[in-house]
Design a protein around this ligand. Sequence first.
Ligand code: BV8
Length: 246
Amino acid sequence: MSANFPPSLIEALQSAEIVTALTGAGVSAESGVPTFREAQTGLWAQYEPEHLATPDAFIEDPVLVWEWYAWRRSLVSEVDPNPGHVALVEFERRFPQFVTLTQNVDGLHRVAGASNVIELHGNIQQVKCFDRGHPILDWDTLDGVPPLCPLCGSYLRPDVVWFGESLSESALEQALAWALQADVYLSIGTSSLVYPAAALTVEAIKRDGIIVVEINPNETPLSPYVDFGLRGPSGEILPALLDAIR
Ligand code: BV8
């Protein structure tokens, strides 16, 4: 993609010390992972993700919710990071300080080689028990759908943040610090609908001196307030941006 970015954006990135990226499901779209709001396929087409990704849905039908995550883990196991993930790893090496704050639970940033990642909503490859949150490493050797916690006997569940559940205080504090100290803040592949993650972008927008960039083929509720809106797929824009600032 031979892109011509605004010179002022290139200058801001070339002189940036601290760059913070917030990513959403759109960054994984070009890897073939359906975004959170795209229609689900096959058996899952009849369910709303926002309903399934809740403690109530799990309490109501632990088998259904466990199987939904097993299906999503199988999807993720078949895909690779895309050029957008890879470009973000290069960003990590290019800038003095860089972090990827991700809403995604697919783990693809780390698979791509990113080392400074804060997984705001957890990771579907990790499992804990429902009652006490015991992290269970060898969960895939256990029988049962869902398996039972070897420590307390409660159902195992994916170690992700469901709707209605609070994010980790420390992760959120670190993420907010990164957002407020950024010279440039990139909001990439997110509909900016889910809070408190979207609040990180709102806080960056409110803070004078931070250049906020949105990378998304579509508009979001925060589009009118960012400094630069780069309309297009992150798998093309991020590598082009990296080339433009070399
Ligand atoms: C909380 C993990 C405090 C699970 C996820 C009622 C009760 C309780 C809370 C609420 C409530 N009403 C509202 C709330 C707050 C709620 C919320 O924000 N709801 C939304 C729907 C309005 N938030 C919460 O519940 C949070 N916790 O508030 O705790 C609390 C506690 C108790 C009681 C009250 C309050 C927890 C939120 C975390 C939920 N967990 N994931 C799982 O994945 O199974 S969120 C889920 O949505 C995914 O992580 C996903 O990443 C995330 C956000 O969506 P996006 O990433 O933005 O994805 P989306 O599909 O929306 O958009 C994709 C974008 O990509 C689009 O814009 C598209 O244009 C773009 N795109 C497409 N292709 C490309 C692209 N961009 C670039 N390149 C491309 N190629």
